[in-house]
Ligand binder design. Structure first.
Ligand SMILES: Cc1ncc(COP(=O)(O)O)c(C=O)c1O
Length: 414
């Protein structure tokens, strides 16, 4: 058969295709919004979940020193330990036990290329096909995707923006393996009170489930409710998984560095996944992470103060628009992370709202549907991220948003 004939046969019936099960995995939302943004390059983004600062200066210095071999890291170029380099693991232990106050008894630590990678590895390790994971709504879409990729079933539960443990308990079935909490929360900006997290953690202990606590926004607390991780509870280490990320607080999203405290019984399985996917976490990035953690909370604090001003601008813009009669509400006052959830009284779907806002009004947000919200009879929801824009641009973005919503909510049949 000549090569051309082979090509045309391939392009028809014999063309190898991706597995059918991928059709059951949620589509990522960011590329979709990104495609609209490419049509309006001057649009301002309240969509992406990133901050607009870079890492501490010490990170660049540490990387330079490591590359020059001046810090005794001659072995940087070879594979390292599967779970991460000893020095970084020690720093993570100090951070988790000292600053976060976790009880690490019965746990092991694992460094990954971002916290999403840790969640994915955990889904691979704790789920058999058909096993369920309870996700209080709104959920974080990458959690859903990781569970689906592991052939598990994400079970979104309407338990309230501060999740009611009783409603989560009612969703437990014989197939349930874990309950996930995210606090401070993406996308609502809620900080879940410590006693609620403790009740969920207790429920997990009583029912033989893992409690996966995603704490990517641990440093981002702007109100009076403190961040009180469930891993602080004495004796929780045997069933609690605590996930952290350097992407947000240290402005290192592109460096890809996260870490997980996991019940020790999961480590062998996680080693199978990590060895297959990554062999070891990138070692130069681990050097960078070590320098970032050393900069610590003192370095983060002024950045949080800056975010609080931006949060105030968002709240003021919403109040002003409401006073002018725009049918929008904040279902809950956001006091953590850098997100706010905006409810819009309109029959338009969240995705349609976002498409219009980007293409016609030059401002992007994320649709509530990406977080398992809306899509039915009720109002449409938008997630606003105020992490990326300094106050002058944020003001402009909010002006565009409210102007756009005035037009779109005023003429719902467009
Ligand atoms: C709740 C939550 N967890 C994890 C991540 C991703 O963290 P990383 O960049 O460390 O993979 C995000 C990013 O938006 C997030 O919102």
């Amino acid at each position: 058969m000549d090569p051309q004939a082979i090509g045309s046969a391939r392009s028809q019936a014999l063309r190898p295709m991706p597995a059918r099960r991928l059709a059951g995995v949620l589509e990522p939302v960011i590329p979709k919004v990104g495609a609209w943004l490419r049509q309006r390059p001057e649009a301002l983004s309240l969509a992406q979940g990133m901050v607009n600062w870079g890492p501490p200066l010490a990170v660049a210095e540490a990387v330079r020193a490591a590359l020059a071999g001046g810090d005794g890291s001659a072995s940087l170029h070879g594979y390292g330990p599967m779970e991460g380099d000893g020095e970084l693991l020690e720093a993570v232990r100090r951070e988790l036990q000292g600053h976060q106050g976790l009880d690490l008894d019965g746990t092991a630590l694992l460094v990954t290329a971002g916290s999403n990678m840790a969640f994915n590895a955990i889904a691979q390790v704790i789920l058999d096909p058909g096993d369920e994971v309870i996700l209080p709504l709104p959920w974080y879409f990458n959690h859903v995707m990781a569970i689906q990729l592991a052939a598990g079933v994400p079970v979104g539960v309407q338990a309230g923006l501060v999740p009611d443990p009783d409603r989560l308990a009612a969703a437990i079935t014989p197939r349930t393996r874990a309950i996930v909490t995210v606090s401070p929360t993406n996308p609502s900006g809620v900080v879940i009170p410590g006693e609620v997290l403790a009740a969920i953690n207790r429920l997990c202990a009583e029912r033989g489930l893992f409690h996966i606590s995603d704490e990517a926004y641990a440093a981002f607390v702007h109100g009076s409710v403190p961040h009180q991780p469930p891993g602080q509870i004495r004796g929780s280490g045997g069933h609690t998984i605590t996930l952290h990320s350097l992407s947000k607080a240290y402005g290192m999203a592109g460096w890809r560095l996260g870490h997980a405290a996991v019940p020790r019984q999961l480590l062998a399985g996680l080693a199978q996944v990590q060895d297959t996917v990554m062999i070891c976490p990138p070692r130069i990035t681990q050097r960078a992470a070590l320098a970032a953690l050393a900069a610590g909370p003192e370095w983060i604090a002024p950045r949080m103060a800056g975010l609080e001003e931006r949060r105030r601008l968002v709240l003021e813009a919403v109040a002003l628009a409401q006073s002018r009669g725009l049918p929008i509400t904040l279902p809950i006052v956001p006091d953590g992370a850098f997100y706010a959830l905006l409810s819009c009284a309109t029959p338009l779907a969240g995705e349609t709202l976002v498409e219009r806002l980007v293409l016609d009004h030059g401002v992007a947000a994320l649709p509530g549907e990406a977080f398992g919200l809306g899509g039915g009879e009720g109002p449409s929801l938008l997630r606003l991220s105020y992490g990326m824009l300094e106050p002058p641009l944020l003001r402009e973005a909010l002006d565009r948003l409210m102007g756009g919503l005035e037009e779109l909510l005023g003429s719902p049949t467009r």
